[in-house]
Design a protein around this ligand. Sequence first.
Ligand SMILES: C[S@@+](CC[C@H](N)C(=O)[O-])C[C@H]1O[C@@H](n2cnc3c(N)ncnc32)[C@H](O)[C@@H]1O
Length: 254
Amino acid sequence: MVDRVLPARLEALVSLVPPAGIVADIGTGDALVPVALIRRGKARRVIACDKSAAALDVCRRKLEQYELSADERRSIELREGDGLSPLKSGETQVAIIAGMGGLTITSILARGPLDVADTYVLGPMSHQKDLRLFLQAGGFTLVDEAMIRQGSKFYEFEVVVPPASDGAVAQPAAGQMRARFPLMLEGEIGALLWKRRDPVLKEYLVHREGKLRALEERLERTSRAAEIGRIRKELLKLLSKWDARWNGQGSTGG
Ligand SMILES: C[S@@+](CC[C@H](N)C(=O)[O-])C[C@H]1O[C@@H](n2cnc3c(N)ncnc32)[C@H](O)[C@@H]1O
């Protein structure tokens, strides 16, 4: 059974997908996510897309090995193409874009068309801050966030709703954008994770502060070291607020 071997990162991703009729999985790789969605009844049909014909060939072979019933196999359709281009307007309720860098996800969303799905579940492997800044500037609404730790690696996920009509409607004002997609520490950390006092976020703050301290020491007195030092001090302030909030003594950090 595929579900038993689902890695923790993909388990977290699948759990964030709202129950939907049709889900698209962009950059599906070996189709573990589509299979889990169908087997768990979270989707009636999954359109598994990948820009690589070779990846889709591997995916086809994997699907044979997963011992799917005829109905389950029919529920997963493979499509080749770049980003969202294999999908039609209004074709799905949810599109997942995960397991690639934040800049690749940004580029896929920027090229659209965004009206192929109502909701996007994103799982960037890097450049999380760049992705957050793009999502806020693009008028997306942040619906949910999650973070997990696997060994020394932290994985972040965002569930977002795109702006109406794929940009045909005038961009919202800056204040509205901030309300729809709040940023913490210039996008360094997830605002909803902070609001919920997510315990993994606290581990991440401690970990990130340590990493930044090491980098700051290595760069010594350069302007980059000063910038890193500024962010690191902000992280330390958040950590002290976290403990104050936990004890019911402080106000919000946001
Ligand atoms: C590491 S796999 C990720 C598999 C799975 N989504 C996950 O989260 O583990 C990345 C996949 O994304 C595909 N990919 C990268 N850029 C893409 C794009 N612009 N459009 C569609 N697929 C893309 C690659 O071909 C590859 O199969």
